[in-house]
Design a binder for this molecule. Sequence first.
Ligand SMILES: NC(=O)c1ccc[n+]([C@@H]2O[C@H](COP(=O)([O-])OP(=O)(O)OC[C@H]3O[C@@H](n4cnc5c(N)ncnc54)[C@H](O)[C@@H]3O)[C@@H](O)[C@H]2O)c1
Length: 253
Amino acid sequence: MKLAGRVAIITGGGSGIGRAGAALFAREGAFAALVDRDGNGVAETLAMLRESGGEGSIHVGDVGDADFARLTVEGVAASRGRLDVLMTAAGFSCGGTVVDTDPADWDAVFRANVGGTWLWARAAVPIMQRQRKGAIITLASQLAIAGGKGNSAYIAAKGAIIGLTRTMAVDFATDGIRVNALAPGAIDTPLLRHSFARHADPDAVREASLQRHAMKRFGRAEEIAAAALYLASDDSSFTTGVVLPVDGGWLAA
Ligand SMILES: NC(=O)c1ccc[n+]([C@@H]2O[C@H](COP(=O)([O-])OP(=O)(O)OC[C@H]3O[C@@H](n4cnc5c(N)ncnc54)[C@H](O)[C@@H]3O)[C@@H](O)[C@H]2O)c1
C-alpha cells in the first residue's frame, strides 16, 4: 500500500474527483478526512470507504471559510497525530463571459476554487513543515492552459490555482513539501453535467467537448484519482511545481 499509516484531507470529498481520490487513498492505507459543503455526499463517501475497509471522518462546511479551514486542518492533524496529504478538489463553475458574469458569481467561484486552495494550504503547510514532509495536490483544469468558451470566472480561477501551486512549490520545496496540480480534461462528474446543462443545446456542447479529446471520450474520476495517488505518494518524491494534464489528449490535439 502506497499510503499506509498516512493522513489525508480531501476537499470536495462528497462527489466526483474528490470522492474517487479519497476512496483510492483509503484503499492505499490512508485515513481520509472528507471535507464538503454537501453533508449527504461526504456521508455516502465515508460509507463507501468503510465498506472497502477504509477509515475516515467527515467535515461539513464551505471551503472558502478561513476558520473552517484552519479548525478542520488543525483538528484532523491533532486527532490523527500528523497530516501527510492535502488534496483540494472542492470547486464549481458558473459559466459566462466576462461581460455576462455577475460579480457575486465571480466572487463565489474564486472563493471556492482559489480560496478553497489557498486557505487549506495555509493551514496545512505549518504542520507539514514541522514534519518536514507533505504533499499538496491542487485541482486546476486543462481549460486554464488551453482557454475555453463562456466560462471566464472558472478558467481565471483555475489559472490562479496554477500560479498558486507553483509559488507554493517553490516557497516550501526545502521544507519537504511538494505541491503539484492536476489539470483534468472533461471528467464525467456532476460538475461536468451541470456545465453542459447551462447551454441551450446541452447535447451539442457535450458532443463538441467529447470530440475535442484525442481519445474521443470523457475521463472517469478514478483516472484522475490514479494521478492524484502518484502525486500524493513517494513515487513522485522528486516532483514539485508540476501541472499534470490528465486529459485524454485534449491539450495535444
Ligand atoms: N469534472 C471535470 O470535468 C473537471 C475538469 C477539470 C477540473 N475539475 C476540477 O476538479 C474538482 C472536482 O470536480 P468534480 O468534477 O469532481 O465536481 P463535483 O461537482 O462532482 O464535486 C465537487 C465537490 O465540491 C463541493 N464544493 C463545491 N464548492 C464548495 C464549497 N464552497 N465548499 C465546500 N464544498 C464545495 C461540492 O459540494 C462537490 O461535492 C473541481 O475543482 C473541478 O473544478 C473538474
